[in-house]
Design a protein around this ligand. Structure first.
Ligand code: F6P
Length: 521
């Protein structure tokens, strides 16, 4: 089996879609609904506790048929099989893409099972108060130090699962902003604080700088021998960890087949397991695995991630939409969008195809958003009446967690009202002036989930992981590398040398040089 490398624009489906687009681009969804009462009954997917309504999209049955044909022609099925069969589909880094193996309890690799047991044992000790600090006190606060995938996933999930949290105070440091580091730790007691340093490479400037600063702060109160009771690491770089002074017993492994932005399922999720307990962490993994099974086995027309991905391709490549918006109607999911931004934009922000040639079509779209109803009072005006077409995902839960029915009815009423307004606008009704005209015809997906649980959250995250993978397959790009981040990292070393002692300053662009001069004063 080999990973397909097919230029989507050369497929028959693409040509047919381009033609079809001309015939449908001015069609109003409002008319599609009035002419076809069974539309919503057809254009939805019911899967476990998920209900995806994709009927409010600028598509008809023919559009969907052609999009599925496109998926066939780019050999999506082989691509999915290649990923799950541990082929090295991350070719530019010569790596397997194995994050789904981290949550497959039925076929678990021994090293993964062993690490999960280690996480279980460790978290039970810490949560149960039996892991003692250097003065014999139990741990009260945990600080996760990492960046990108070593921060965004755990941070987002800890917030999303607040309802399931225990007594531990969880904090996150990612930015190499010393002020933020100090604000985060200033009221902490070193005797009762545990630091989890998460860095797959253990070479990331931000994380290492933050870890050193925190270590120094800690050693102002405690001796070196206390480090082993207060610092643990998640990494694949054992040598660098040892140099930092962390005992090998306190190391949780991560493997090169786990990419940073898909690592929350690994020991990188240690802070999640600390925050909500091991069982909830395991349920998160199981929920993700259930979505994996759905993704691997469901026909394309019943496959949530595939349908969402193809719709996104439709808007990105035919309507020329530049961005898409994600709006969860749950404050618990307030960090979902930044998390998805890394996942989606670091994965699909590529302009070289899998054959090594420059692409001449659009790839990854810009993802943005915020929680509803806050978003309605911020940027929704532009989605309703602006000049850009912004397909939007609405995510909502049927049940609230605290059971406040009045609030929840209002929250969901707003969610549904927005999709209705975006669809319907003022179409068909007389409006007295142009300023009050809403064209409607704005595409939305609604993902309605029974309840926010570790399990359903796992499924939701995995759904977006698979969506971005399908998009990458269609666009014929490699979704699992991130070379674009490397140049900035390299140059930052040069600009730091220039800031600190003018080293190499002459090699920099004049504008950058002037900024450095201004900064140095
Ligand atoms: O931003 C680039 C990146 O490599 C991400 O993919 C990764 O999540 C992050 O840096 C952190 O890397 P590490 O875990 O090695 O510190």
């Amino acid at each position: 089996m080999s990973f397909p490398k097919i230029n989507p624009t050369n497929t028959a489906a693409w040509h047919k879609l381009a033609k079809h687009f001309d015939s449908i681009k001015n069609t109003k969804m409002q008319d599609l609904f009035s002419n076809d009462p069974s539309r919503a009954g057809r254009m939805h997917i019911d899967w476990q506790d998920f209900y995806l309504d994709y009927s409010k999209n600028r598509v008809n049955d023919e559009t969907m048929r052609l999009l599925f044909q496109l998926a066939e022609e780019v050999q999506l099925k082989s691509a999915i099989d290649a990923q799950f069969s541990e082929e090295k589909i991350n070719e530019t880094e010569d790596r397997v893409v194995g994050h789904t193996a981290l949550r497959d309890f039925g076929a678990m690799k021994p090293e993964v099972a062993e690490t999960l047991q280690k996480i279980k044992g460790f978290t039970e000790e810490v949560i149960g108060g039996n892991w003692k600090g250097y003065t014999g006190k139990s741990i009260k606060s945990i600080v996760n130090i990492g960046i990108g995938g070593s921060d965004l996933g755990p941070n987002m999930v800890c917030d999303a699962l607040q309802y399931y949290k225990n007594h531990l105070d969880l904090r996150f440091i990612s930015n190499v902003d010393g002020d933020h580091v100090m604000e985060t730790i200033k009221d902490l007691d070193p005797e009762t604080t545990l630091f989890i340093i998460v860095s797959k490479t253990f070479t990331t400037q931000e994380t290492l700088t933050n870890a050193q600063t925190v270590r120094k702060w800690f050693l102002e109160q405690a001796g070196e021998e206390a480090i082993e009771k207060h610092f643990v690491a998640v990494s694949s770089n054992l040598e660098a960890i040892a140099k930092f002074g962390i005992s090998s017993q306190n190391v949780f492994p991560i493997w090169d087949w786990v990419s940073g932005r898909f690592s929350l399922w690994s020991a990188a999720g240690l802070s999640i397991a600390c925050a909500v307990g091991y069982d909830n962490f395991e349920n998160l993994l199981k929920g993700a695995h259930e979505m994996d099974v759905h993704f691997r086995t469901a026909n394309f027309d019943e496959n949530i991630a595939v349908v969402l991905a193809l719709l996104s391709v439709w808007y990105n490549n035919f309507f020329n939409s530049e961005s898409e918006c994600v709006v969860p109607y749950s404050q618990y999911l307030s960090k979902l969008v930044p998390y998805l931004q890394q996942g989606i934009m670091e994965s699909n922000g590529k302009s070289t195809d899998r054959n090594g040639d420059p692409v001449d079509y659009q790839t990854g779209s810009i993802v943005w958003g915020s929680t509803g109803t806050n978003a309605q009072h911020a940027f929704f005006q532009l989605i309703h009446q602006g000049t850009k077409l912004i397909p939007t995902d609405f995510i909502a839960f049927t049940n609230s967690l605290h059971g406040n029915e009045d609030h929840h009815n209002k929250l969901l009423a707003n969610c549904f009202a927005q999709t209705e307004a975006l669809l319907q606008g003022t179409y068909g009704s007389e409006t007295e002036n142009n300023f009050k005209v809403f064209e409607g015809n704005k595409p939305t997906n609604t993902i309605l989930i029974k309840k926010l649980t570790p399990n359903s959250l796992g499924s939701l995250i995995a759904m977006y992981e698979h969506k971005l993978f399908v998009q990458g397959v269609v666009w014929n790009i490699f979704s699992y590398d991130q070379w674009g981040v490397e140049l900035g990292k390299k140059l930052a070393k040069g600009t730091l040398a220039a800031i600190e002692n003018e080293d190499g300053i002459d090699t920099l662009n004049i504008s950058t040089r002037r900024l450095i001069d201004k900064f140095r004063g």
